[in-house]
Structure formats: C-alpha cells, structure tokens
Design a protein around this ligand. Sequence first.
Ligand code: C2E
Ligand code: MG
Ligand code: MG
Length: 454
Amino acid sequence: MISVGNYNQRLNEAQKDKELETISTHDELTGIHNMRYFMKRAQKMLNKACENGKSLTFLYFDIENFKTYNERYGFIKGNELLVKMATYIKGEYSHGETARLSDDHFVVLIDDDEPQKGIDVIQKRLSDIEGETFLRIKAGIYKTNGMKKDGSGPEDISLLCDRARFAATSIKNKSDKSYCIYDEKLHEQQLRKRYIISHIDSAIENGHIQIFYQPVMDAKKGSVCGLEALARWKDPQYGLLSPGEFIEALEEFRLIHKLDKHVIKLVCEDIRAAMKVKDKPLHVSVNLSRLDFDLCDIAQDIIDNAKDIPRDLLVIEVTESTLNESHTELKKAMERIRRDGFKIWLDDFGSGYSSLNVLKDYDFDVLKIDMRFLEDFGKSDNLRPILENIIRMAESLNMHSLAEGVETKEEYDFLKDLGCDMVQGYLFSKPLILDDLKIFLESDTYRKHTILTG
Ligand code: C2E
Ligand code: MG
Ligand code: MG
C-alpha cells in the first residue's frame, strides 16, 4: 500500500521529471522547442521522407535589426519580441516542427513546399507591432528530398539547416526581400565562402592578396593628392575576387584582421619603396574593419608597421558602421592611432543610422561622403542642399570633405561648385595595380584632367 506521504512524494518527483523533460526539450524564453529537440525530431522526419521519397522544406528565420531593437528598447522588450515572433511562427507552421535555435534565430521543418504565404503573414504581424515598421524578417527556404547527393542515406540535418540559414543571410540589408530560396547559385556562393575562409592563410602566404590603388583627387586643382588602398584576392581557382565577396565572409568568421594586418604591411612596403624614389610620395589610406579592434591590437600593429614612415603618408579609414556602438576599447585604440600622428578618415558617411552621433563622439580629419548619395544625382532636388550642408558641416568641424563614386564630369563640376575638397571615382581612375598606377600618373588621361580642371 502506498501512503499519502509516499504518493505525494512520487507525484512531486513525477512533476519534477516532467519539468526537467520540458527544460531539455523546450526553449525557456519562448516555450517552443529548442535546438536539441528539433534536431531529434527533424532527423525522424527526414528518415521517413527519404523512405517515402517525399520532399521537405527547411525554413530559417532571422529578425533584421533585432540588435538595434534591443539597444533601443532594452532587454525585456527584446525578449517580448522574441516570444511574439515564436508565437507567430508556431501559428503559421503548426503542422510542422518549429524551434528557436539561438538569439533571434528560428527554424521550421515542414512537408509542404509553399511556405511563402506564412512568411508574408509573419512579416505583416511583426510590422503591425505598434511603431515597429523597421522590423524585417529575413527567411531562408531550403527544399530537399533529404538524401545525400550520392544517395547513400539521409543528409546531415545541420547541413540542411545551414543552407536555409545561408539563404536568409544572403538577403541581409536587402530591404525589398523578406525571403530567399536556396538554389544552385547560392550553393556555389556558399562553396566560395567556405573556400575563402579556409584559404585566407595560404592566400596571404602565397602572395595572392594584392593592393590596388585608387587615386584621390584634389577637387580644385584636379590633380592626384592621395591614394586609397583596396584589397584584391587573385586566386588560382576563382580568379580575381573583389572585397565585396571576401570581406563579408572574413568578417562573419572573424578572420578579417588577418587580411587587414597584411594589407597594412604591404602598403607600408610600397610607401617605403616610393620614399626611395620621391621626396614626397602620395599618402595612402587603408580600410579597417570594426572587428580589427576586437580581434587584434590594430593600433599597435599600425604603429609597428609604420615605424619608419612619416605619419602623414599613411591614413586610416574607418567606416561609419564601425562606430555604431559605443565601445571604450575601440575609442581608446582610435585615440592612440591619432595621438601617434596618423590621420583618421570617416568612410561611407551618411550610409548608416548614426552618422551624426559618430561625429559627436569621435574626431576625424576627413569626411568621406558615401557614394550612394551620387546615385540620386540628377534625380533629386534635395541632393544639392543635403550635400552642401554636409560639406559645410565638415568644414565647421575642421574636417575636409571627400566625395566618393564620382563617375561623370557633371557630378564632378557639381561637387566642385559646392566646395567639396576632394573627389574619388571612376571618372578619374578605377583602382589600379601599382604598375598601372605609375602609367596612369604619367598618362595623357591624367594630364588631360589636370589641364581640364587645373
Ligand atoms: P570603400 O572603402 O568605400 O571603397 C570604395 C569602393 O568603391 C571600392 O570598391 C572602389 O573600387 C569603389 N569605387 C570607387 N570609385 C567608384 C565609382 O566611381 N563608382 C563605383 N560604382 N564604385 C567606385 P571595392 O574595391 O570593391 O571595395 C569595397 C569596399 O570593401 C571598400 O569600400 C572597403 O570598405 C572594403 N575594403 C576594400 N579593401 C579593404 C581592406 O583591405 N580591408 C577592409 N577591412 N575593407 C576593405
Ligand atoms: Mg574606404
Ligand atoms: Mg567608402
């Protein structure tokens, strides 16, 4: 016979077991399944689909700007948003397996192949949250029969989720897209990305990273007053890779400092060589990534590499987005670079959310106006007053102004008229390897510009 006391104890134990089971299968915050449980369930669904020759669809969800939302409204509101998101996803895909993987990342596995409608509904519900029109979801869709390519058995679940994730990541910053379907093209991109990550060390060792130099022009004189160093990867397998392709991959896998340190080294070598030939060679600016400040002591690296180089010959460019978050270490590192005598230029000004805050918190010598402004040239009457005021503001903050992406003579004349100090763009020259740059500086095209404008 079980006594009442024993019965209660067993009941408590059973409840505890149930709670423990829930903890191990459910996400504590949102109450939907967690990654571990999802993987188990998904494996079962996959095995069954393989047996029956049916296809499955993996969905990966990410809330764009979630970090900004958290910063703006605090942790509690951020958590509330995640709970809402989980409810919306679960509501739309109740027939499938749903889970929160981590942070603002969710995954769904369903056996239908028309999941887009659900995504639209989730986006709409998210936008309907009062005042949150800036919240966007990015969903990745991967349809699969679940089999390995060689037909030897079911594919690895994490690989399949990763394909859906890759599709979602591929539309980051594309405001007109809320979902993307993983296809052959994306598969090729994903392979290239993996290649970049696993070959950065050998690319550096084997001299596949090259520096291209783009001339920066004095707007009034129309002559070259400096150069910007832009990295290129000349790969034996893929040919010439542009930064658009490898910077993002290196940043995502926190390897960007390897490239940037190498670029600084190569540029310093080129400056040293130029100093042997000319008394006063052109100054060169190098681009840093925000992550350089986290991943290495970039200030020390610059100082060490440029030991014997006059401070006015090497310039540091940091993008506005680098400085979005207030970060004491980063600020200290920037101050150290400036204290050591290097100039710091603010790149891509006007491209992000916090351009003006950045100017309040940091000191710069030059403000590089983002080239997207010029995309509206001739299309918007507002462009003139906007650029005019940016240039005046730079002046009043003791900064010079530089406009990037100048492609036509009309744009150049317009900027000169507004009093912009420097210009850079294809009108003058594309980024060139050192030998071609030397030819350019001696060429008729360059002289023609100088004569035209001088
Ligand atoms: P950025 O620093 O703003 O560099 C300017 C980009 O605009 C360069 O692209 C340049 O080739 C391109 N450009 C210049 N003039 C024109 C023009 O008239 N029209 C158009 N449409 N484009 C023009 P690139 O070389 O592809 O570099 C892209 C970005 O990659 C750079 O933007 C920079 O942020 C980053 N990057 C390049 N090299 C490095 C590097 O060594 N380290 C790091 N961290 N980032 C780098
Ligand atoms: Mg730059
Ligand atoms: Mg720029």
